[in-house]
Design a protein around this ligand. Structure first.
Ligand code: NAP
Length: 322
């Protein structure tokens, strides 16, 4: 067979490539070879993916000088080595490798890829031992893609705060309207907490939907003036700190923030818990906006603004209806 024929036979897919660190316009949708499934892998046709704060941080490197240096070492000096961003997906198993057994063709799955990225594309190959599970049976692809990022982070940090050991804890969630914050509110409710949420007045409607006990609008009141003490204060957005919050903590109480050196590690148990809770109606996917894949630049711009309520998705292999 001549090389030209081989080229003609190569299957391709669309993927959003980050060509350099910088503005959302550095992203380009290109035609790339469709990945080939190895024997311990699954080939997944991605239906929806989230565009989250992690993706825009890696694309923009809009972080402190020290963080920028560390991130360049990890991700690449001039552009991300893994040029297809995106860490969360939902989709359909199209092919299973010979040495796999957990999934079959046609399974609806969701998951996370962490530092391997690669979900802003029409297809991805994943080790079946990775962070991938069957989607909640009652979830849409958009809902399944919106769940893992915030929920796994919230579960990780609240576990660290020892939420399980408290009986009816009094918890304050600072930054309760983002992806992590809106999940954290739901996680602590699951543990029987009394919840005080701190957000801007633009978040009031969402806080009503999530049934928090008390809301402090940071644009109207300084939450540190509250005459109340908490077992746990979780800064889910990274805009407060322990020194500010210390006077509000009960003796033995915990303060945690997403803005430290601690990275929430992805666990398959978290994905299974999210699935279970969603199927039992104990967790909901908070979706602010869904973009067609062709508008990935606009999706990044929207997330860059730092105002989203919950999550932003892109629809990839599903036809987009606005
Ligand atoms: N360490 C880890 O493992 C880890 C994991 C995941 C995420 N993170 C980090 O956690 C942070 C939050 O992530 P995310 O995806 O949840 O963010 P996000 O969804 O992009 O957060 C946006 C939300 O923050 C609110 N907000 C903006 N300014 C605020 C302020 N001054 N006080 C309180 N709320 C404010 C916005 O609402 P208003 O503008 O209406 O206030 C909006 O609802 C990011 O910095 C991310 O990098 C860390």
């Amino acid at each position: 067979m001549r090389p030209g024929n081989l080229y003609l036979q190569m299957q391709t897919m669309k993927a959003a490539i980050c060509t350099r660190y910088g503005a959302p316009e550095q992203l380009e949708i290109r035609e790339l070879p469709k990945p080939v499934c190895q024997e311990n892998q699954l080939l997944v046709r991605i239906m929806a993916a989230s565009v989250n704060s992690g993706d825009v941080k890696v694309r923009s490197l809009a972080v402190s000088r020290f963080q920028k240096f560390i991130m360049k070492i990890i991700f690449g000096f001039y552009k991300p080595r893994r040029s297809i961003l995106g860490t969360v997906f939902s989709g359909i198993v199209e092919q299973t490798g010979k040495k796999t057994s957990r999934f079959k063709k046609g399974d609806r799955v969701f998951g996370m890829t962490g530092f391997r990225f690669g979900t802003h594309a029409e297809y991805i190959t994943l080790n079946e031992a990775g962070i991938v599970a069957c989607m909640p049976a009652n979830a849409s692809f958009e809902e399944a893609a919106a769940l893992p990022f915030g929920w796994h982070t919230a579960i990780y940090f609240l576990d660290k705060a020892g939420i399980r050991k408290f009986e009816n804890p009094n918890v304050l969630i600072y930054g309760s309207t983002g992806s992590v914050g809106s999940a954290a509110v739901q996680v602590v409710r699951f543990y029987g907490a009394t919840i005080t949420a701190v957000c801007s007045s633009a978040g009031g409607e969402l806080m009503d939907q999530l049934r928090v006990d008390k809301v402090v609008y940071y644009d109207r009141l300084d939450f540190t003036q509250l005459d109340e003490k908490f077992d746990i204060i979780f800064d889910a957005v990274g805009y407060t700190n322990k020194k500010i919050c210390q006077p509000l903590l009960k003796k033995g109480g915990s303060f945690l923030t997403v803005n430290g050196m601690v990275m929430a590690s992805e666990k398959i148990e978290h994905l299974q818990l999210i699935c279970d809770l969603f199927e039992k109606g104990k967790c909901s996917a908070v979706i602010d906006k869904v973009f067609p894949f062709s508008e990935i630049v606009a999706a990044h711009r929207y997330v860059d603004a730092g105002k989203k309520k919950g999550n932003v998705d892109v629809r990839i292999n599903i036809p987009f209806v606005a």
